[in-house]
Design a protein around this ligand. Structure first.
Ligand code: SOE
Length: 368
């Protein structure tokens, strides 16, 4: 257990940089037993944008070379695009620095395996930012399943629907490029659903997948050119879990009208549950012998993390999931404990994503 403040170095300062910096700022006020933190250094390439971001996000200094940072901070956060997850994270772990990396672990299986190997060799926490595990309603669901309230699980249905690419004129980004992202909706959104499937049901044995790209080139912001889209816009998959549960997964960036709709449905021999990220404080529960679903508002102080926030019914939001995962990860770093989801979990998810892609290529079921 260390009492010294943890110096945090963060690579990446856009959407995820802000989500995690907000979490660092909330921790001292709402999680009194969280380790003390210094937002020590923010890493990026564009010095002007980096300086503005450091001011906005509260970092003491900036650096344009992660190599000089990974062995001098107490914790290294890799919040960059997927193609920069491997090298800096492995270098940090080889220097004995704990790492927290955004999802998916890597663009592809080889890099993910190298990251997981480096984490296994290092004797420090290496976490992956599957933040939806840290929604109180999802942890309430896991507790119901583990208490046997659903009986023997029969079906898992996971769906992550957005519509930000429906417009063919929506600009090209790294998320549309196979070299930079690895995959599209599959890795960006499907990774979350596969992680929740593993968290709530268990490991996946085999998949049968289908990927589709609806718009195959997009305009580049500020330039008079287009670039090809080389990843999926949507995926769907059938899943056979190792415990016999049947699964169906899908994700799309073209689901008109769905903004950030991550839904989970599980049916078992004794009961069922339904969850939607757009109503993330609620869990729909069907218990044995009841006539229909009950809506449980998961905001009691006895519910996970709620006692750190507000009285019952004063609902929490998307950003609170980042506070929860950072509390658990940074506490594990300070106390020398373990953290899940780890890089091993990130690799397990990557194996499923890779199997979905191979299944689509081969038009056949693929063992994970
Ligand atoms: C995609 O738009 C995205 O930002 C994902 O990358 C995040 O992981 C997800 O939480 C929200 O949507």
């Amino acid at each position: 257990m260390t009492d010294e403040p943890l110096d945090i170095g963060v690579l990446g300062y856009r959407f995820m940089g802000k989500a995690h910096a907000n979490a660092f700022a909330r921790l001292p006020m709402f999680f009194a037993d969280a380790p003390d933190l210094n937002r020590a250094v923010l890493v990026g390439r564009d010095e002007a944008a980096l300086a503005d971001a450091a001011d906005e996000l509260g970092f003491a200094r900036t650096a344009t070379d992660w190599e000089s940072v990974v062995d001098e901070v107490d914790v290294f956060y890799n919040l960059g695009p997927n193609h920069v997850h491997a090298e800096p994270s492995i270098a940090a772990l080889e220097a004995g620095t704990p790492v927290f990396c955004e999802k998916p672990l890597a663009p592809g299986l080889d890099d993910a395996a190298a990251m997981a190997e480096a984490a296994a060799d290092a004797d420090v926490p290496a976490g992956i930012a599957f933040n939806y595990r840290f929604i109180p309603a999802i942890q309430y669901a896991k507790n119901l399943i583990e208490a046997g309230e659903l009986g023997e699980l029969r079906h898992f249905r996971g769906r992550y629907l957005q519509d930000w690419l429906v417009d063919p004129e929506a600009p090209w980004s790294w998320r549309n490029d196979e070299e930079l992202a690895g995959s599209g909706a599959l890795g960006d959104l499907g990774a979350h659903t596969v992680d929740l499937a593993r968290f709530l049901v268990g490991d996946v044995a085999a998949v049968s997948g289908h990927l589709r790209t609806f718009v195959d080139e997009r305009p580049v912001d500020g330039e008079d050119e287009t670039r090809p889209v080389t990843v999926d816009d949507a995926y769907s998959a059938q899943v056979a879990f190792e415990d016999g549960t049947m699964g169906t997964l899908e994700a799309s960036r073209f689901a008109n009208g769905r903004k950030n709709d991550h839904t989970i449905e599980i049916e078992g021999s004794k009961g069922s549950l339904k969850f939607s990220l757009e109503r993330l404080n609620e869990l729909e529960v069907l218990r044995e012998d009841s006539r229909g679903y009950e809506t449980v508002l998961v905001t009691d102080e006895s519910d996970p993390y709620i006692d750190h926030w507000w009285p019952p019914g004063h609902v929490i939001g998307w950003e609170h999931t980042f506070v929860h995962e950072n509390y658990e990860f940074l506490s594990a770093v300070a106390e020398g404990g373990d953290y899940e989801p780890s890089f091993a979990d990130g690799l397990a998810v990557q194996r499923v994503l890779d199997a979905v892609e191979r299944s689509d290529d081969e038009r056949a079921w693929i063992e994970v």
